[in-house]
Design a protein around this ligand. Structure first.
Ligand SMILES: CC(C)(COP(=O)(O)OP(=O)(O)OC[C@H]1O[C@@H](n2cnc3c(N)ncnc32)[C@H](O)[C@@H]1OP(=O)(O)O)[C@@H](O)C(=O)NCCC(=O)NCCS
Length: 190
């Protein structure tokens, strides 16, 4: 599938992962704070290298595998986070969104802009009909972000997974194609 990348969104650029992003990705994927509400533990450097290497083979629109867009803060030419889309059904044009940002860059609205732009990429470029996102209920920053961009809370799952020694509740959020964008924080200058 041919798609238009990169995406320019105000002070951010979203593009595919390259090998030179390794150090920037290590900077936050190895941080306990970033893994806190994820089912995974902080990455080792080897796991980050695997993530970087494996993305070279992933094409946008491939089902069942996360397609990652790194988020570059243009002023510093540094990767500050990433957003991913995983197609869960080609037939029904459904996908899940994921995102993680460097704690050093939290609280500036960068993740909000980038996730909103990734929804736009999914709807406009990949032709998706519905994009969902799951958040641990304790991960307030995550679900507040999804609410900020206009995703709808569709479910509260009780003890739907056992993670890091305890049962966890999750919220399910979603948006459908004609609901995007709910906020106008992104300027697409491709
Ligand atoms: C989830 C995560 C990306 C949210 O980060 P964040 O810093 O809250 O998100 P943003 O960068 O969009 O910043 C939002 C904050 O900036 C403020 N802000 C400032 N300018 C803003 C702007 N132009 N637009 C939107 N928000 C803005 C918001 O009010 C909000 O403030 P608050 O922290 O007081 O609520 C981050 O916590 C993270 O990476 N966590 C670890 C990984 C993770 O859990 N991922 C989710 C898995 S489901």
């Amino acid at each position: 599938m041919k798609v238009k990348l990169p995406i320019k969104c105000d002070e951010l650029t979203l593009r595919r992962v390259t090998e030179r992003d390794y150090a920037d990705l290590c900077d936050y994927y190895t941080a306990p704070e970033v893994a806190r509400y994820q089912f995974w533990e902080p990455f080792t450097d080897e796991q980050v290298a695997h993530l970087v290497g494996s993305q070279a083979d992933v094409m946008p629109g491939d089902p069942g595998v996360a397609f990652v867009l790194v988020v570059v803060l243009q002023a510093e030419d540094r990767v500050i986070g990433d957003c991913s889309l995983t197609i869960t059904s080609c037939e029904d044009r459904q996908a899940d969104i994921g995102f993680a940002f460097n704690p050093r860059n939290h609280g500036n609205g960068y993740a909000t802009k980038a996730v909103n732009a990734t929804l736009g990429f999914g709807f406009r470029e990949l032709g998706l009909h519905r994009i969902s996102g799951v958040s641990d209920v304790r991960n307030e920053r995550s679900w507040k972000l999804m609410e900020r961009i206009g995703m709808r809370r569709e479910a509260h799952f009780i003890h739907d997974c056992y993670s890091k020694g305890e049962w966890v509740d999750d919220y399910l959020y979603a948006m459908i194609e004609d609901e995007w964008p709910k906020i106008e924080c992104c300027v697409d200058e491709r």
